[in-house]
Design a protein around this ligand. Structure first.
Ligand SMILES: Nc1ncnc2c1ncn2[C@@H]1O[C@H](COP(=O)(O)OP(=O)(O)O)[C@@H](O)[C@H]1O
Ligand SMILES: [Mg+2]
Length: 322
């Protein structure tokens, strides 16, 4: 067995706050195989971006391991990782292409920037050639390279964000809600482009989104996050056809077009991420299936035939054990 491209083991990020310890990422273990696209979904505030920032080593984890190709990168301090050789292997496309591009830089320089910082010594001609190639494969018209971000449309800026992320030919591309700032019609085109790039460049994706429909288009597997924890992880078809966790089922029922009758309303307040009780299920209080045991024993993430879920009352259990 070859090692997975990315391996997270019990990853934690805790922020001390005035009112206690905020568990933004709380014991996350995940793997991504070479060439695989893993979706990460969950509502706003559940810890998706924190996980992205920790694993792309913009911030340091509080605990746990991050390995790429079996090699540990979790203990390289974030302030040193920016210039570390391993940095090339992981690149991030951020949510808002407007925020992530320097308004003072011409598009050419934005795309060239990672190459100049991490690509080793390159002649001007080599940089220019690499930028043009990145623009070509992301279908960014070459005449835009001399312009500034404010002169580009949202879709064009999204292409620039992708072009600069792939110029170093990363093995893992992390996409944090890459299309959520775009119009729906533009979204579709960008998602198609990302699908093609994964094949032609042989990259793995960690695709973060709050939109399950988007994840369905571009992912092989899906991990569902709730209050800092992965509560379900399975192939995309399994998630859609046989969700095991009540929260996943509620997310699916909220997809537009799922039908009003099928909609599961979640009542009750979400639990706080500050000093959460380790013995209480994070979904307790909001879960339509919650029982006493859920307040006494937090369900572990248990894997049944490649479908992992953290619930005492898995919705797919009878079918799996039958
Ligand atoms: N720098 C920080 N300091 C304190 N709390 C933070 C910080 N960054 C994020 N958080 C908290 O961590 C939790 C997860 O946030 P985030 O990762 O941005 O979620 P998501 O991307 O899923 O919306 C939230 O409760 C958020 O308020
Ligand atoms: Mg986020």
């Amino acid at each position: 067995m070859t090692a997975p491209l990315l391996e997270l083991e019990n990853l934690e990020k805790i922020y001390p706050t005035g009112s206690g310890q905020l568990h933004a990422v709380d014991g996350v273990s995940l793997t991504i195989a070479r060439g695989e696209s893993l979706g990460l979904v969950g509502e706003s505030g559940c810890g998706k971006s924190t996980l992205v920032r920790v694993l792309s080593r913009l911030i340091d984890p509080t605990a746990g391991a991050i390995r790429i190709d079996g090699q540990s990168i979790g203990d390289i301090p974030a302030r040193r990782f920016g210039t570390h050789t391993e940095r090339k292997r992981i690149q991030v496309v951020f949510q808002d292409p407007t925020d992530s591009l320097n308004p003072q830089f011409r598009i050419f320089d934005s795309i060239a920037d990672p190459l100049r910082r991490l690509g080793g010594k390159k002649t001007r001609a080599e940089v220019s050639e690499a930028v043009q190639e990145a623009a070509r494969i992301t279908r960014l018209p070459p005449e835009l390279l001399s312009r500034y971000p404010h002169q580009l449309s949202g879709g064009q800026k999204a292409r620039v964000g992708i072009a600069r992320a792939i110029i170093l030919r990363p093995e893992l591309l992390i996409l944090d809600e890459p299309t959520s700032a775009l119009d729906v019609s533009v979204q579709v085109v960008i998602l198609q482009l990302l699908g093609e790039l994964r094949e032609t460049l042989g990259m793995s994706y960690l695709f973060v989104s709050h939109d399950l429909n988007v994840v369905k288009l571009v992912c092989d597997r899906v991990a569902v996050m709730y209050l800092g924890k992965i509560i379900e992880c399975a192939p995309v078809k399994e998630i859609f056809e046989r969700p095991a966790h009540p929260y996943t089922k509620a997310l699916l029922s909220a997809i537009p077009g799922a039908g009003e009758a099928a909609r599961i309303r979640l009542d009750g307040e979400p639990r706080s991420p500050i000093d959460p009780d380790p013995n209480v299920c994070r979904f307790y209080g909001r879960c339509p299936m919650g029982q006493d045991i859920c307040a006494r024993k937090a369900p572990p993430l248990s894997d049944l035939g490649g479908h992992a879920a953290a619930c005492h009352f898995r919705l797919d259990q009878e079918e799996v054990s039958a």
